[in-house]
Design a binder for this molecule. Structure first.
Ligand code: COA
Length: 405
């Protein structure tokens, strides 16, 4: 079967293939918004004769790694195979072409959100970040420990948000591994798009900006769903995205969300698992948290990726990586790193730790522990080296990716 990038006039059958695979509608106006952020040279379609039967695409991101560097990263997306053609190796072909391309372009890693968690491990993706869905009854949302938030919340229109929010996001980004660059069409057609799709029953979006001495330092996008409990108002407020650059903005925007009238439940999906909110609440058990896998990471160039991040403690590690799918990754590496910088290179030295590329991807952003993976039977190594490796790879804050891409 032929596999190649599509041209712009092939977008419709491409989109319809994805829609048939995922089981969603793809009305024309929806498709157009998707095209706005598309990189056609990074699409792949698998053809059976004239028919597109499989799709894949990549967004070219800069993604933050521990220490604040932004590395070129391949954001893998649009992976689909029609129900008529599944389990014949089409996904495998797409993965092969994509990862070869990622290597050729010099991107040290690829990242994705998985529709099912059993799909991508076989291609070397490791579970690098989790996110949490949270929910709280407004009556139990008292913030007992939050610092005073001096500043002002302001409901703003889309134009104001479009001019101020990208800079807030970009200032927040270096401190959080897993956050990625968003260009203007991304803001216009995704985060702040017109005629946004709301989940059933929800209105909005409402856009709130937090300002300190006139400077925007955080934003909140949310929706509302009316509800009633035997005649008493019982609405839901859904936090779609909340990003802040200061503690005052963080507290101020949660206080705002907890203060909206006619609401009894505040929900947020895709929040960081180390959300400070938990520690601010008078009654933290009331914050119901459900973690789930979010970002999956596939290292394609181990020396480039590991040299670019920072490590909170100094150390030297020699480890051996197994990789069946990208054999150029497999080998022995020496990492010497610390808070000021790091070098990682191939070596002939004896390894103290052996692991697969998916396990290395899982710990790379600081979201997983090698000792836990060793207890799960997925990593081998002597205890002292595993402890040192965990101390080196750990990072605060934990990785977080704010949006499914
Ligand atoms: C997931 C999907 C892309 C798989 O495509 P496919 O062409 O059937 O996959 P392949 O035939 O190349 O399978 C490669 C391997 O992955 C396994 N695999 C693929 N999809 C799987 C799934 N959903 N669950 C479990 N195993 C799966 C295959 O069994 C095969 O295993 P093997 O290497 O041991 O033989 C396809 O089923 C699909 O479009 N699903 C709906 C949309 C979706 O979820 N897309 C992913 C978005 S992140």
């Amino acid at each position: 079967m032929e596999i190649r990038p599509i041209s712009e006039d092939e977008f419709e059958p491409f989109a319809l293939c994805a829609a048939a695979s995922f089981g969603y509608d793809a009305p024309p106006e929806e498709r157009n918004k998707r095209v706005a952020v598309f990189e056609f040279d990074r699409t792949l379609a698998v053809f059976d004769g004239q028919e597109i039967t499989g799709t894949g695409a990549i967004f070219s991101f800069g993604m933050t790694v521990p220490g604040g560097a932004s590395l070129p990263a391949a954001g893998v997306t649009w992976i689909s195979v029609k129900p008529t053609h599944r389990r014949r190796g089409i996904l495998r072909q797409i993965m092969r072409r994509q990862l070869d391309d990622v290597r050729d372009r010099g991107e040290p890693f690829a990242a994705l959100w998985a529709s099912e968690s059993q799909i991508y491990g076989r291609f070397g993706y490791g579970l690098a970040a989790e996110s949490a869905a949270i929910s709280i009854d407004r009556r139990h949302s008292e913030l007992a420990f939050a610092p005073a938030a001096s500043g002002r919340t302001r409901l703003v229109d889309r134009e104001t948000a479009l001019s101020a929010w990208p800079a807030i996001f970009e200032r927040a980004r270096p401190s959080r591994p897993g956050m990625y660059t968003r260009h203007t069409p991304w803001w216009e057609n995704r985060v702040l798009r017109l005629h946004d799709h709301a989940p059933p029953g929800f209105g909005g979006p409402f856009l709130v900006q937090f300002e300190e001495e006139g400077v925007p330092t955080g934003y909140l996008k949310y929706r509302r769903k009316p509800g009633s409990d035997h005649g008493a108002p019982a609405g839901t407020l859904l936090v779609a995205e909340l990003v802040t650059t200061t503690g005052a903005a963080y507290v101020g925007l949660w206080r705002y969300a907890f203060g909206v009238d006619l609401v009894t439940t505040i929900e947020a999906h895709l929040r960081p698992v180390d959300e400070p909110l938990w520690w601010m609440l008078h009654d933290p058990r009331r914050l119901v948290r459900e973690p789930s896998d979010s970002l999956w990471l596939r290292l394609v160039d181990v020396p480039a990726a590991l040299s670019a991040r920072r490590y909170p403690v100094e150390g030297r590690l020699v480890f051996e990586v197994a990789d069946d799918f990208c054999p150029w990754v497999a080998g022995r590496y020496e990492l010497v790193g610390g808070p000021e910088g790091a070098t990682c290179r191939t070596t002939a030295a004896e390894p103290a730790i052996s692991l697969g590329v998916a396990e290395l991807g899982a710990v790379y952003m600081g979201g997983a522990r090698l000792q836990a993976l060793a207890r799960a039977g997925r990593v081998a190594g002597d205890p002292a080296n595993l402890r040192l490796a965990d101390a080196m790879f750990a990072w605060d804050p934990l990785p977080w990716c704010p949006e499914v891409f």
